[in-house]
Structure formats: structure tokens, C-alpha cells
Design a protein around this ligand. Structure first.
Ligand SMILES: C[S@@+](CC[C@H](N)C(=O)[O-])C[C@H]1O[C@@H](n2cnc3c(N)ncnc32)[C@H](O)[C@@H]1O
Length: 293
């Protein structure tokens, strides 16, 4: 099958692809959530790309952003590696269009190529990558072993794979109160749902990488946290996350919890956009693995 990929224009890989885990099958709001996450946690992301640079070296020219979403990794890595270009791979044309448009706005269009493909089935036409970045995306893929074999084939010998996974949507509310307990119950309900829909979430990626011939050189879990004074956008981020949680859990949690969620996004005194007690926090786990030379 021919794969048409253009700088800053969405390309079409598997045109018959009907993957249901992609963002197109989920409610709206995710692209803005991803962009806000990137903006709010920019300093954390800079530290993470610095760690990648220590392992990957200076001469990184070709980067693959696997499950790129709106381009959090793409843009952070283009900044970190000023002469590199990125192939952004995603199964969602809407995500790739947004990424391509952001690349043009930032005058980075000539350094970004988008590729619409099911990354679980391999990376068509992608070879000799110095670095593959896969953030919050591997758990979406149907068969991790096939996906990792595709990543290994796309990397040059000695090339680096950086995997990041998050423990779900961030938390926002104080733990020691009714609101925190509600948030914990929602996360438990979401956990049950994800176990059905995304069976590879929370997988033992270290072992899977090693089994795929990508030995892990560094593994780390970090708590990313933002406290008052919160950066601009934190309330909006919390609002979008709770709106999404409410939509997902409707019919799966009790009426009382649903009403409490409504109050968090209803514009009244409990609304997360007005509260001064938010702490934005999540745990990010990373694995750095290398294709042997
Ligand atoms: C949670 S988002 C993460 C986006 C981005 N990596 C980030 O860190 O912000 C997961 C992304 O993986 C993409 N995705 C899901 N299944 C995919 C597949 N089979 N092949 C390629 N991309 C996929 C989704 O469309 C979505 O953009």
C-alpha cells in the first residue's frame, strides 16, 4: 500500500483502519486537554527531554512521535534537538490536522511530517530513526509485542526508545475531604472501565521492551505536581477533565456522585474553575530502551 506523507499535512497510512481505541472514538475535549497538559507541565517536560538528550546524544536527526496526539512530544523534542525533524504518527486524522496546523503556526512545518497509521501494526516506511518517543500511547495498541517489533524495526541500531505512561487523568482535589473521596471513587470506576477497554494500561513495559529486543537502560516513576499559585489554564484543565469523566461515567456511578460531579463543573461555588484548593498531580513513569548495535 502506498503511504503518502507530507510535511505538515496529514498523510494516510492504513486507509481501511478502524481502530476503536483512538481519540476519534472518544468524546471531544481531549485535544485541548493534551495541549493544556503540555503547557502546564512544560518545565517537567523540559527536564524529561533533557534526560533523553543525555542518553540519545546530540546527533539526533530523525525522531518518531508515536501516538503523537496534538504534538506535546513533537514540539518539546524539536526544541531540544534543533536540527532534528519529526515524523508524527497517529491513527486520528483530527489529531494530526491539529498538530500540522500548530507546526505551521510555529513555523516548524518543514521539520514535521504527519503519518496517519495504526502504530500497533508497524510504522510503514519509517526507518533509521534516532529516537522514538511514545507517550501515553503504547497502552492504546492492540498487541504490544507487534507494536514494539515495529518500533525496533524503525529505529537505527543504537537508536533510543523513550516510553512514558501516566497513571490516568491527573487528580485535582484535596485528598482529605468529600471532594477527594469523590475523585477517588471516580478513578476507581474509570479504572474498571479501562481494564475492559484498554487491557494493556499499567502493563509491565520494562519486561515487554526487553522481550522485544529493546533492553531498558533507565526506568523511573515521577510525581508531577502543580500547587498554588497555579499557572493560568489549570482551572480550565480541571474543568475539561471532570467534564470528560462525567461523560464517561454517566450510568456507571450513583446519582449522588453524578450530581457532585455536576457541581464541580456547574459554574457555582464548588466549580473547579473558581476553587483555590486545586493541586494538579499525576504519576508519570518512563522507560528508556535502546536497540542494540
Ligand atoms: C492519550 S493520547 C497521547 C498523545 C500524546 N502522545 C501526548 O503525550 O500528549 C493517545 C494518542 O494515541 C493515539 N492512538 C491511539 N491508538 C492508536 C494507534 N493504534 N495508532 C496510532 N495512534 C494511536 C490517539 O489518537 C491519541 O492521539
Amino acid at each position: 500500500m502506498a503511504h503518502h506523507a507530507h510535511p505538515s499535512a496529514p498523510a494516510h497510512g492504513h486507509s481501511t483502519h478502524t481502530h476503536t481505541h483512538g481519540s476519534d472514538a472518544t468524546p471531544n475535549g481531549l485535544p485541548e486537554i493534551l495541549d493544556l497538559d503540555a503547557a502546564l507541565f512544560a518545565p517537567h517536560l523540559t527536564a524529561l527531554t533533557g534526560r533523553i538528550a543525555c542518553l540519545a546524544g546530540d546527533d539526533v536527526q530523525h525522531i518518531v512521535d508515536l501516538g503523537s496526539g496534538t504534538g506535546t512530544g513533537t514540539f518539546a523534542l524539536l526544541e531540544r534537538f534543533p536540527t532534528a525533524r519529526v515524523t508524527a504518527v497517529d491513527s486520528s486524522p483530527a489529531m494530526l490536522e491539529r498538530l500540522a496546523s500548530a507546526a505551521r503556526d510555529r513555523r516548524l512545518g518543514d521539520r514535521v511530517r504527519t503519518l496517519e497509521a495504526d502504530a500497533g501494526a508497524g510504522l510503514p516506511g519509517v526507518v533509521d530513526a534516532d529516537l522514538v518517543w511514545a507517550a501515553a500511547s503504547l497502552h492504546h495498541l492492540d498487541d504490544p509485542a507487534t507494536a514494539l517489533a515495529g518500533i525496533r524495526a524503525a529505529l537505527r541500531p543504537g537508536g533510543l526508545l523513550a516510553v512514558a505512561e501516566v497513571d490516568g487523568m491527573p487528580k485535582f482535589l484535596p485528598e482529605d475531604g468529600d471532594a477527594g473521596e469523590l475523585e477517588a471513587r471516580c478513578r476507581e470506576a474509570l479504572g474498571g472501565l479501562h481494564a475492559e477497554r484498554l487491557p494493556h494500561r499499567g502493563a509491565d513495559w520494562g519486561s515487554l521492551l526487553a522481550a522485544a529486543g529493546l533492553p531498558v537502560e533507565q526506568e523511573r516513576a515521577e510525581r508531577w505536581e502543580l500547587r498554588t499559585p497555579l499557572p493560568e489554564g489549570a482551572g480550565r484543565y480541571a474543568y475539561l477533565v471532570f467534564e470528560r469523566i462525567r461523560g464517561t461515567l454517566e450510568g456507571r456511578i450513583g446519582a449522588g456522585d453524578l450530581a457532585a460531579l455536576d457541581r464541580l463543573i456547574g459554574g457555582g461555588p464548588e466549580d473547579v474553575r473558581h476553587r483555590d484548593d486545586l493541586v494538579v498531580r499525576s504519576t508519570r513513569e518512563t522507560w528508556m530502551a535502546r536497540r542494540p548495535t
